[in-house]
Design a protein. Structure first.
Length: 348
């Protein structure tokens, strides 16, 4: 079997991390893999297979592949554009997020609807779609005219001890006086981080640490200043391996309004951190009520209660979350499920 993955970039974030983790195992198991991408980024992720930059104007030699698996909109558009050149490969795409909701945080209703219809139209040209949750599959199976199968994401944490010393010192300093709430993400309004800032005036003994960059950072800083808690909301820039800082968090928070799969939350679970997360369907697919503390979106009292409960029971909840993540959401299990699905496609 020979597989081509087509990616928007090699940037260290969500879908790209997922593909890298799959590729690591496939190559180890003797599967031939090539990775193609469009955009260059500093600190690109390393893939242990041939990697080549492409453009929409150039067609790769598809005939040498059994599976062509694209991730995100532009790669999907690329495959659809050159589909006539693909005579033998099975074409696969992945639903990484609730497409409409993701667009809705960037555009108005009309544009979000049109962009979603267009992407669903593009994905309907594929032989198969992988959904990262049952909730996404159920939402889009009537919109995408291709069979959709759920394969959950998986992750591995590599706390290599190479965290930024200045950041570690800052965290340790505030930890002397405060309890630590922490998160890391590409910071957009969809992540819902303002909810944690809004609850901090009612949690005087807590500090909130945000690691990452994104278009919502300025707004969050202004909000923390408005609420007079800017000394208890600490912002640190993008870190290549943010899981290095998980051991310093007392509670990991993931207050997203919408997520396809809570990959960072699973990383926190593998680090045995207590977790507070929003009460959305995709998160309920990952963890049970006794393994994390759910809260009702935009409900300050609910969030406050969840944070206090998670902190007070952080050791047992960290263990329960770890057990769940280790048994169900590792990178090896994810890679095994993808390989099995590819083999099934090739038999049909």
């Amino acid at each position: 079997m020979k597989i081509a993955y087509i990616l928007p970039s090699l940037r260290n974030q969500g879908p790209i991390i997922v593909v890298k983790n799959i590729v690591d195992y496939l190559v180890e198991w003797g599967v031939e893999v090539d990775v193609f991408y469009f955009d260059d980024f500093p600190s690109a992720m390393y893939f242990n297979c041939p990697v080549k930059k492409i453009s929409m104007k150039t067609c790769i030699d598809f005939e040498q592949y059994d599976i062509v698996h694209s991730h995100c909109l532009r790669p999907d558009m690329y495959v659809a554009k050159w589909k006539k050149k693909l005579n033998r490969a099975k074409l696969v795409s992945t639903l990484h997020q609730d497409t409409y909701r993701s667009f809705r945080y960037q555009y108005n209703f009309v544009l979000s609807y049109l962009f979603t219809k267009y992407w669903c139209f593009i994905q309907s040209k594929f032989d198969a779609i992988v959904s990262i949750s049952e909730q996404l599959r159920e939402t889009y199976e009537g919109c995408i005219k291709a069979p959709i199968t759920t394969i959950y994401n998986g992750c591995v944490i590599n706390m290599d001890g190479e965290g930024n010393n200045e950041i570690i010192r800052s965290i340790l300093e505030v930890k002397k006086e405060y309890k630590i709430l922490g998160t890391y993400a590409f910071v957009t309004s969809r992540k819902g981080l303002e909810q944690v800032i809004k609850v901090l005036p009612y949690l005087q003994e807590y500090v909130f640490i945000i690691i990452g960059e994104g278009p919502n950072i300025k707004e969050l800083k202004l909000l923390s200043q408005k609420l007079h808690i800017s000394d208890r909301v600490l912002f640190f820039s993008y870190q290549k391996n943010p899981c290095n800082y998980l051991p310093y968090f007392d509670v990991y928070v993931m207050p997203s309004y919408s997520e396809g799969f809570g990959l960072a939350m699973v990383e926190a679970a593998l680090a045995k951190r207590a977790i507070v997360c929003s009460d959305i369907p995709s998160f309920h697919e990952i963890f049970r009520d006794n393994e994390v503390c759910f809260f009702t979106l935009k409900d300050v009292k609910s969030l406050k209660k969840a944070i206090v409960n998670a902190y007070e029971n952080r050791n047992i909840m960290g263990e329960l979350a770890y057990e769940r993540a280790y048994n169900h959401f590792t990178t090896q299990r994810m890679a095994e499920n993808h390989l099995g699905y590819y083999q099934k496609l090739l038999r049909t």
